[in-house]
Ligand binder design. Structure first.
Ligand SMILES: Cc1ncc(COP(=O)(O)O)c(C=O)c1O
Length: 336
């Protein structure tokens, strides 16, 4: 059984699971389609988020290896970096965060939390990828090299926790969503989410495939960050299945990802449609989205529903992947 195969890997509990799967009655009325939300924004320290599921496996490995330092990297408002720092502090490990940008004159959002946590932030204003000039894998290899020089021995976590081990967290989430959906009569629902490094998507792809789940997946790219992104996601999903003892092949063409369209200007910059979605969710359901990931993915989902491009009348489950601190990094004037 899949849950037993997952249990073979050590996991450090960092959040309360399962997370709720809740109906959004007012938004559903507004859109004329049943819409639900999977609250993966809730679990974990420092305002939580999707990276908690990945860090449960990664930090368990860091501890088992006796790591004294943990290193990761991301964009300035990386929720992954903030959550890695929080998880490391909880484990008594020194967090080092790399940003391949200039240090902002004033820290905001996630960066404020990093400072409160005592994380060592390294700002190196060149390289690091994230502008679609290199693949995700190449970017990870490059930063790993830089980190080795700057920090000495450490446990390295790729951007976004993008590794088969971290993504086991989203195989567990697939089990959770599949069971909740069946209980609530949502077997054929669409499951919609944001893709940044694609690990959350890869974990869900692997999990649903191994479960033969009838749930249908769709991810919306929020960044135009990586060269040959679908191929990286397909490779990772295949690796996850292989590690769980059931090899499966995924092709780049069949990765359920819409690239570019809902990204807005670029990664890290809120889009008008995204900020309208933040306002809509807040004003219909009292739920806050983040401006960089979930806002853009939700805006994409609403647009696809409006244009009749998201299946027929099946229910839709939006995976809220967190990122709340990002909301406090931008002036409210950004809300159109
Ligand atoms: C709030 C939030 N949502 C979604 C994502 C995307 O997750 P992934 O990197 O697994 O695609 C991230 C991180 O990248 C995130 O911080």
């Amino acid at each position: 059984m899949l849950s037993q195969r997952l249990d073979a890997y050590p996991r450090l509990p960092l959040g309360d699971f399962p997370t709720p799967l809740q109906p959004l009655p007012r938004l559903s009325d507004w859109m004329g389609r049943p819409i639900y939300i999977k609250r993966d924004d809730l679990p974990g320290p420092t305002m939580g988020g999707n990276k908690v599921r990945k860090l449960e496996y990664l930090m368990a490995e860091a501890l088992s290896l006796g790591a004294r330092k943990v290193v990761t990297f991301g964009g300035l408002q990386s929720n992954h970096a903030r959550l890695t720092a929080a998880a490391a502090v909880q484990c008594g490990i020194e967090p080092h965060l790399f940003y391949f940008e200039r240090r902002p004159r004033q820290l905001s959002g996630n960066l404020v939390i990093n400072e409160l946590l005592g994380a060592k932030m390294h700002f190196i204003p060149f390289g690091g990828g994230g502008n679609a000039s290199m693949t995700l894998e190449k970017s990870i290899r490059l930063v790993r090299l830089v980190a080795r020089i700057v920090t000495g021995p450490h446990y390295f976590i790729p951007v976004g926790g993008h590794s088969w081990l971290g993504c086991l967290g989203y195989v567990r989430a697939a089990l959770e969503i599949d069971a909740q959906a069946r209980e609530m009569g949502l077997e054929r629902a669409w499951v919609v989410l944001a893709a940044g490094t694609g690990g959350t998507l890869a974990g869900l792809m692997a999990g649903f495939a191994l479960l033969n789940s009838p749930l249908q997946l769709l991810a919306l790219d929020v960044g135009k960050l990586w060269l040959a992104f679908p191929a990286s996601i397909a490779r990772l999903a295949g690796e996850i299945c292989a590690q769980l003892g059931t090899p499966r092949t995924f092709s780049a063409q069949n990765v359920p990802l819409i690239e570019g369209i809902y990204t807005g200007k670029r990664y890290g910059v809120p889009s008008p449609a995204g900020m309208a979605a933040v306002k809509l969710l807040a004003r219909t359901e009292g739920i806050l989205l983040d401006p960089i990931y979930t806002a853009k993915a939700c805006a994409g989902m609403l647009d696809l529903i409006k244009r009749g491009r998201l299946g027929g009348q099946e229910p839709v489950i939006f995976v809220h992947t967190g990122g709340l601190p990002g909301l406090f990094a931008f002036p409210t004037g950004f809300v159109p």
